[in-house]
Design a protein around this ligand. Sequence first.
Ligand code: ADP
Ligand code: ADP
Ligand code: ZN
Length: 216
Amino acid sequence: MRLLIMGPPGAGKGTQAARIAGYCNVPHISTGDIFRAAIKADTELGMKLKGYLDAGQLVPDAVTIEVIKERLKEPDCIRGFLLDGFPRTIPQAEALDRMLVDLGVRLSAVLNIAVSPEALLQRLTGRRICRKCGTPYHVVFNPPAVPGVCDRCGGELYQRSDDTEETVKERLEVYTKQTAPLLEYYRKQRLLKEINGELDIEDVWKEIQGVLRGLC
Ligand code: ADP
Ligand code: ADP
Ligand code: ZN
C-alpha cells in the first residue's frame, strides 16, 4: 500500500497515521518529524530548518524533495509507505510523481482529513508531543493516563514551539494558499478519499479503515 495522508495542520494526520502504518504494515514517513529530529540533533540541515518551522513557513521545496527522495530509497519502503505532511505544494507533488515513476510504482490512495478552522486552533494549541517517540496527545481530547507522561514509552510530553496561536494562524494561511490546491490535483487523478476529521479519534479511524478495506 502506498498512501498519502493530507489535511490542514492539526487535522489528526499524525494520530491516524500511526494507526494506518500499523494496520497496513508500512513505514510512517512524516516530513515534520524528520525536520524536528534534524533540529534536535543540531545538524547543519537542522540549523537551516529551524527558522522556517518557528515562523510557520514551509521549508523550501528543493530541501524537502531531497529529504523524501532519500527516504523512499530505504529498503523498508519496498513494501509500501505512508507519507504524512508531504507533498505540501504542487512542485512537491510533481516531484513525487517523478519519484514514483522512477521506482515503477503508483499511489494506492490519498486520504484527506477535513476539519473546520475553529476546531484546528483548539486542537493545535492543546497538543502535546512525546519527546522520545513523537506520539501526539491533547490536553482535553486525548489526554495521557498520567499528565505530562507518554502512555506508550514513558517519555516526557512537551508543547511544540510552533503550536502557539500566532504561528498556528500563519500555518493555516500557508495551508490554504499552498497546500489546499493539491486536493484538486489528486481529485483529478481519482485518488482522493475524503474523511470527516470532525468526528472523535475512534470514529475517524473507523472511516479510514473502511477506505483501507476497499483498497486491499
Ligand atoms: P496533524 O498531524 O494533522 O497536525 P495531530 O495528529 O498531531 O494532527 O493532531 C492534532 C491535535 O488534535 C493533537 O493534540 C491530537 O491529540 C488532537 N486530535 C487528533 N485527532 C482528533 C480528533 N478526531 N478529535 C479531537 N482531537 C483530535
Ligand atoms: P502539522 O502537524 O502542523 O501538520 P508538521 O509536523 O507536518 O505540521 O510540519 C511542521 C512544519 O514542518 C511545517 O510548518 C513546515 O515548516 C515544515 N514542513 C513539514 N512538511 C513540509 C513540507 N512537505 N514542505 C515544506 N515544509 C514542511
Ligand atoms: Zn512516547
